[in-house]
Each structure stands twice: as C-alpha cells, then as structure tokens.
Design a protein around this ligand. Sequence first.
Ligand code: BGC
Length: 249
Amino acid sequence: MQIMGVDIGGSGIKGAPVDLERGDLAQERHKVLTPQPATPEGVAGCVAEVVRAFSWSGPVGVTFPGVVTNGITRSAANVDKGWVGVDAAALLTRELGGLPVTVLNDADAAGVAEMTYGAGRGRGGTVIMLTLGTGIGSALFTDGQLVANTELGHLELKGHDAETRASVKAKEDGDLTWERWARRVSKYLAHVEMLFSPDLFIVGGGVSRKPEKFLPLIEGVRAEIVPAGLQNNAGIVGAAMAAKAKAKA
Ligand code: BGC
C-alpha cells in the first residue's frame, strides 16, 4: 500500500509516495525550497506543488515543525508566526482540492517511522527520538506508544532554550567544532535523561548521516544512543503512516 508523505522543514519541503510495507519511499522524492517567510499560504502552495509532482489523489500525511493538535498548528519556532492557531489540515485539504490530509509534528512523525522500520524497531521501555536540525524535535515513546508533542527541544539549559545551544543550526551559526558541539549535546542529553530516564535515545536529523563525528564524543549519558536508521526520510515515512492510521480510523 502507498500513501503520500510530505515533510515541511525550515529550508525544504519534500515528499514522495511511501511504500508502507517496506517503510521506504516508493519513488524518488520531490523537494522545493521553503518560502521565506514560511507563511501558511506560501507553505501550503509548496506542499501542493510537491503532491502534484506525483499526480497523487489519495490521503496525504504532512509533518509540521511545531506543535499540532487535531490538525491545528499551535507553535511556530522556526516558521512564520502566522501558523499559530491555523487549521493546517483544513488549509492543506483546500489547497489539495479536497484530498484528506493528516498533519502531525515532524519529530513525532520521524519517531513513529523509526519505531516501526528503523532504529527503534521492537524496542520497549522508554525511547526518546531527538532530531537535531534547525531546531531540536523530540518524540517520546513508552512501550512503543507515542506521547505526542513533547517539545523537549525547548527545555531550558543554563538559562537558554536548549535548541539554540545544541541544534545543528547552533553548531553552524557558532562555527563550533564537533568536540565543542558534542559537549553541548552531551549536557542536553544528560538533562533529558535526568528527567525521563530513557532506555534508548535515537538521534536523527541530517547529522545522523555522520554519527561517527559526534556520537563517540558524547559523555555522561547512561542510556544507549543510536543514530536514526531512516535518516532524512523518516519524516516523510512517518507522515504517510499517520495518514494511513487516520484513514483506517
Ligand atoms: C519545534 C518542534 C519541532 C522541532 C524540529 C522545534 O523548534 O518547536 O515542534 O519538532 O523544532 O523541527
């Protein structure tokens, strides 16, 4: 079975039909640049462009880089503030000519995909997926069950919003070496561990492609830490899974 998944990111909006038996893209993904400012109308137009590239006419799952409850976007840390309070599912359904759309947080989508097809497969207990990118996204699982919209990227660390210290953007903006950045990530993970005592951390985002650069440098964390298995496509796959779950319900 195939379902369309689209991942809205701070720099790119990418999507493809997903083969849900394999948990992988069924076709090469289509990507457009995120409009700046990333307003609801501008982004919705880009999502439609991605979906149209595949002449798609079934359910569509879409990730959003903020809190999403019942299709409504509730926060907008790295996109235009105009998203707060928008019925994103209704907006995208309109833009897509009536196709059923399911919207969920980007890290939740990536986490759900990792728990089914990737690094978290078969793992019980408490698992926390963290996506390190423009911001820091989180997905919390207890015995495989997602607790949605945890927003652990905005925990406060030494008086700072954690994602402004330990995201990949913070590394790039501050021109930090892997060593310096890994020290910050270590402190962040230790803080999350102090609060939740996870059995496993799954680290995703673009950096999960280069785990050898920083995972060996992480210190002071008891839990097992593994890189994401699906890497950059986890959001797209998780979006499609969420759309399928909703279509069944
Ligand atoms: C947002 C989260 C999102 C994460 C990754 C954070 O700034 O608040 O909702 O999951 O960035 O995009």
